[in-house]
Design a protein around this ligand. Structure first.
Ligand SMILES: *[C@@H]1O[C@H](CO)[C@@H](O)[C@H](O)[C@H]1NC(C)=O
Ligand SMILES: *[C@@H]1O[C@H](CO)[C@@H](O)[C@H](O)[C@H]1NC(C)=O
Ligand SMILES: *[C@@H]1O[C@H](CO)[C@@H](O)[C@H](O)[C@H]1NC(C)=O
Ligand SMILES: *[C@@H]1O[C@H](CO)[C@@H](O)[C@H](O)[C@H]1NC(C)=O
Ligand SMILES: *[C@@H]1O[C@H](CO)[C@@H](O)[C@H](O)[C@H]1NC(C)=O
Length: 318
């Protein structure tokens, strides 16, 4: 976002932001359960997509002022048909890319009855709002590792397409927080090269990060961007239903790594009055992001917030 637009945000929103002395976090901008949000910027409209709610597999919201004010489209399901491999109501953490040929591609995670776990799949639409038409087969299941969730698309500077996703080892059911606080299972973040259609995987996925003891039970919600020659992987660590959930990032000189964790997370509980910030998606240009924070742990309710991102070299701040 340009400096001018950043200033527009400041003047427009200083009244409702949490820390007006350094106003870069805004919200809640959607005061409804809208977890794991993704953002898609088009020439006229900015879209946000979120995890299922009730009968809606993929929630969608729109902004006509560059992400400042948002409208949740009640009753609109961007993905009414989850595909023959999947079941409804467990559709998580979508991401949408503009393929540049009039087609938008949605990546999503859904429960696969045949694998008895979550898999990630893709669906296409000529309209960012959908309805998206699912592919008949998922892209990745990682069944032995606990399933595949939290996909996000990425296009490298040479045009090569990828997705990143989490192998959901924490779903395998060890003890403690999120079923993996003893660290029995790994929760690797995988990088999968895709064909030009952004739908068909090519080659084997490669691991680019995994949890360590400092992450508690897991890392998840990866999103990859390229900022000024540096590959930046944002992710969340710790269990989503605790105050330890956060937004962190790691950087690399090449797309496949090695990724080096930043010395401190981007957002943790207490920052800007937030609780358990997570599920962030930066825009591909690294200037702005959407994320959720918890407003109620029981029933778990996560509202959407936004932030403008500043950079000092490879150090991010909001
Ligand atoms: C964007 O808005 C302009 C002006 O209203 C309109 O001419 C154009 O068709 C719109 N573009 C899209 C992609 O909707
Ligand atoms: C999906 O969730 C909605 C709302 O909770 C419920 O009414 C519906 O029966 C569920 N569908 C299935 C197939 O479980
Ligand atoms: C949104 O950003 C674009 C590009 O920076 C700018 O041209 C436009 O005026 C902005 N719209 C609003 C409502 O701020
Ligand atoms: C981009 O990175 C180069 C060094 O790799 C640095 O000199 C330059 O200031 C950076 N530009 C921005 C806008 O951060
Ligand atoms: C940017 O980072 C450098 C190196 O860590 C530091 O010396 C400098 O003070 C930072 N600048 C700002 C504006 O924070």
């Amino acid at each position: 976002m340009s400096l001018r637009n950043r200033l527009l945000y400041l003047t427009a929103l200083c009244g409702i932001c949490f820390s007006c002395a350094n106003a870069t976090v805004y919200g809640p901008v959607i005061s409804a359960d809208f977890p794991d949000p993704a953002i898609l910027v088009t020439s006229n409209v900015t879209y946000a997509y979120a995890t299922n709610s009730g009968n809606i597999n993929i929630q969608v919201a729109t902004s006509y002022d560059n992400g400042t004010t948002w409208t949740l489209l009640n009753g609109v399901d961007a993905l009414p048909d989850v595909g023959p491999w999947a079941t409804v109501n467990l559709t998580w953490a979508p991401d949408v890319i503009d393929r540049g040929d009039g087609t938008f591609v949605m990546y999503y995670a859904a429960e696969s009855p045949s694998q008895n776990t979550h898999c990630v799949g893709a669906a296409t639409s000529a309209n960012p709002l959908g309805p998206y038409t699912p592919q008949t087969q998922p892209i990745a299941c990682q069944t032995a590792g606990g399933g595949a969730i939290d996909p996000a698309g990425f296009q490298d500077v040479d045009g090569q397409r990828y997705i990143v996703y989490k192998v959901d080892g924490s779903s395998l059911g060890g003890g403690g927080s999120c079923g993996n606080a003893n660290g029995e299972y790994s929760t690797p973040i995988m990088l999968q090269m895709m064909e030009a259609d952004a739908l068909t995987p090519t080659g084997d996925p490669v691991q680019i990060l995994d949890r360590t003891s400092q992450d508690g039970p897991l890392i998840e919600a990866p999103v990859l961007i390229l900022h000024n020659g540096t590959y930046v992987l944002t992710y969340s660590s710790n269990c989503y239903n605790t105050v330890l959930y956060d937004i962190a990032y790691a950087t690399a000189p090449s797309v496949s790594g090695p990724y080096t964790r930043a010395s401190s997370p981007l957002l943790v509980t207490g920052d800007d009055g937030l609780t358990a910030p997570g599920g962030a998606t930066p825009t591909p240009d690294g200037t702005f992001m959407v994320f959720h924070a918890t407003v109620n742990f029981s029933p778990l309710t996560r509202y959407m917030y936004t932030a403008t991102i500043s950079w000092n070299g490879t150090t991010m701040s909001v």
